[in-house]
Design a protein around this ligand. Structure first.
Ligand code: NA7
Length: 530
């Protein structure tokens, strides 16, 4: 008999809810978490300025109406410490701590067909067996530091934003170099600029950013909102992104140009990426419509940044707006008006090496006291590939994914019985409201496990043909949009040598849920039970 019914890897939003959901269904469950606290990405990414780009009313669990009513968010877009407080509150409230094992990294998981168990090995050499293995390792957990010659010789401290010191880093009076201008770099830069003697921002690709217009949550608005939270959650489940966005419902290309500008400006003033990009139906599928929105955003940069040469470098031109994660910031572009901030174009003159006193590019040397890498993640598949997962016949998951990560419905990899992945490859995951998608996945996986148990089946596994068909569908949908035109972490293009496959599912949260429900209603079509 296995030690556990369910072993969960990770205790972020997904792992925490998996513990609650499986335990509530009467199964024994344990989550193994590498971090010294729960929270996953919200535990590790504690750099200054870290903030969610989905509104707090959406980026929260919906499984408990009581939790939903009792918890009050302080801001429209919650900062990292508040999200972490929320998750700890959830663990306290539902008594989840006894089933979460912190500071425990899972290094291997091996399927034993004889006993129909998984053996999970942790960094301290311990082994636990479980009937089911659930990966809740997250999509943005395996961080990447570029291999720069000489980095080990750098005399000052250097940090990756995703492994920020928990007691903070003090840049007061220092000359700081920041590499990376994605969502993270754009959030951390103004915080560093506020205290540093000088901040050098090393930019390879200029990115689009919309304002947050972040603000405190108004108690009257919150009361009114909470009065009908259930209806709102239902709308979210049926929506495209997992957040109900009131769009115009029309293509931009059929609107008079002045009306489009007026609509975009109103949404720009209101703040937030989803409402802005969601204004028109053709922005992410038609390059001409996309260009209108992109040019609108470039105009806002020209208007904000005083030095036309700096503004010119900041204008994003390398990809359609929205095809990479749209950044959000209220103060990033204005920061470049400070005399103590310098933008360095490393597209034309790449970084060549690091020396003890600074950083060398193809055409200059920058004296630096500290370095910050906001260089992103081996996203979606990276964290799972770091674990030695072995399925039927000892086949390795990393090997199976050599040509790109895959799974059926974004939750079940063929060849790995009784294994599920929360927000795996082919799930709406990072192109949706993650919390809502996580809840849907966990509940669906739980029901699948209960279905197997109720019928006395020891194993459940996706068939290779169901997986193939699903991944073909994921690709087909992606290539009907502008998303594949960007070198983004959605495709793996940000990691040298990683196969380029568009991995998240772009068919929409509502249709995805309907598909999952139909699969379940048909007796879990595409799965074999034995
Ligand atoms: P991203 O969005 O992957 O951004 C990483 C940034 O780092 C981006 O500007 C990259 O430039 C830059 N980068 C990466 N490697 C290098 C090297 N070797 N040299 C120079 N510059 C480099 O990661 P984030 O952490 O900002 O955001 C990830 C997600 O977290 C975000 O989308 C939200 O969903 C939350 P590039 O664009 O590749 O030229």
């Amino acid at each position: 008999m296995a030690d556990l019914d369910v072993a969960v890897v990770g205790a972020g939003f997904a792992g925490i809810y998996a513990v609650h959901a499986f335990r509530s269904a009467g199964l024994t469950v344990r989550a193994f978490e590498a971090g010294g606290g729960i929270g996953g990405t919200w535990f590790w990414n504690c750099y200054p300025g870290a903030r969610c780009d989905v509104e707090s009313k959406d980026y929260s669990y919906s499984f408990s109406p009581e939790l939903e009513q009792d918890w009050s968010w302080s801001e429209r877009y919650p900062a990292q410490p508040e999200v972490l407080r929320y998750l700890n509150h959830v663990a306290d409230r539902f008594g989840l701590w006894p089933d979460i094992q912190l500071s425990t990294r899972v290094t291997a998981a091996t399927w034993d067909p004889g006993s129909s168990h998984w053996t999970v090995t942790t960094g301290d050499g311990q082994r636990r067996t479980a009937r089911f293995l659930i990966s809740a390792v997250g999509c943005l957990s395996a961080y990447q530091v570029p291999s720069l010659p000489g980095l080990e010789t750098f005399a000052g401290p250097w940090y990756h934003t995703s492994r920020w010191p928990r007691d903070g880093a003090d840049f007061t009076g220092l000359r700081v170099g920041l590499i990376g201008t994605g969502s993270t770099g754009i959030q951390v830069a103004p915080e560093i600029a506020a205290v540093a003697e000088h901040l050098y921002v090393f930019q390879r690709t200029a990115n689009f950013a919309v304002p947050n217009r972040n603000r405190a949550v108004d108690p009257d608005w919150e009361r009114a909102f909470k009065a009908d939270y259930r209806t709102y959650r239902k709308q979210a489940q049926e929506s495209f992104l997992g957040v109900p966005i009131p769009g115009t419902g029309r293509p931009a290309l059929t609107e008079p140009a002045e009306d489009v500008q007026r609509t975009l400006m109103a949404r720009w003033q209101a703040g937030g990426g989803m409402p802005f990009l969601g204004a028109y139906t053709d922005v992410l599928v038609d390059r001409a419509a996309n260009d209108i929105v992109a040019e609108f955003m470039r105009d806002r940069i020209r208007e904000t940044v005083a030095d036309p040469a700096v503004a010119g470098l900041l204008l994003p031109r390398a990809y359609p707006v929205g095809a990479k994660r749209l950044c959000q910031s209220d103060d990033y572009f204005a920061m470049f008006n400070r005399p103590t901030v310098t933008l360095v174009d490393i597209r034309s003159a790449p970084v060549s090496s690091v020396a003890p006193s600074g950083l060398r590019t193809a055409d200059a040397f920058y004296e630096l006291d500290a370095l910050v890498f906001a260089t992103g993640f081996d996203a979606i598949s990276g964290a799972l590939r770091q674990i030695d997962v072995r399925g039927t016949g000892g086949v390795s998951l990393a090997g199976e994914w050599a040509a790109g990560p895959r799974s059926y419905l974004g939750v079940a990899p063929a060849g790995f019985p009784n294994m599920f992945i929360v927000t795996g490859p082919g799930s709406p995951s990072v192109l949706s409201n993650m919390v809502l998608s996580i809840e849907q996945h966990v509940e669906w996986i739980r029901d699948c496990v209960l279905h197997a148990d109720a019928r006395g089946h020891a194993t459940v596994e996706a068939t290779p043909s169901a997986e193939d068909a699903w991944m073909a569908h994921v690709t087909e949908v992606a290539y009907s949009t502008l998303f594949p035109l960007a070198d983004s972490w959605y495709t793996g293009a940000n990691i040298p040598g990683k196969p380029r496959v568009f991995t998240p599912y772009l068919g929409g949260v509502g249709p995805y849920r309907a598909r999952c429900d139909a699969v379940a209603a048909a007796g879990y079509e595409g799965f074999v039970f034995s």
